[in-house]
Design a protein around this ligand. Sequence first.
Ligand code: CA
Ligand code: CA
Length: 74
Amino acid sequence: MAQRTGNIWIDGNDAAREGTWLYWTGEPLGFSDWYPGQPNHRDADCLEMYRSFDYRWDDYACSGRRFFICESRY
Ligand SMILES: [Ca+2]
Ligand SMILES: [Ca+2]
């Protein structure tokens, strides 16, 4: 990767039920790419691609400031 950006929010959370990761629509993710040892925070309910984990998944507090990736229809 020529240029690496910071940590990035992607769609996914376990806010409704700890340990059950869903899209914000409520649908199951159907895929995961957790970094070894993650998710590791009960209080962290949002899903990020973490730079130090080579952009694999990390659970993190939703109040954190991150870049984000969205899907749009047009
Ligand atoms: Ca959690
Ligand atoms: Ca974590």
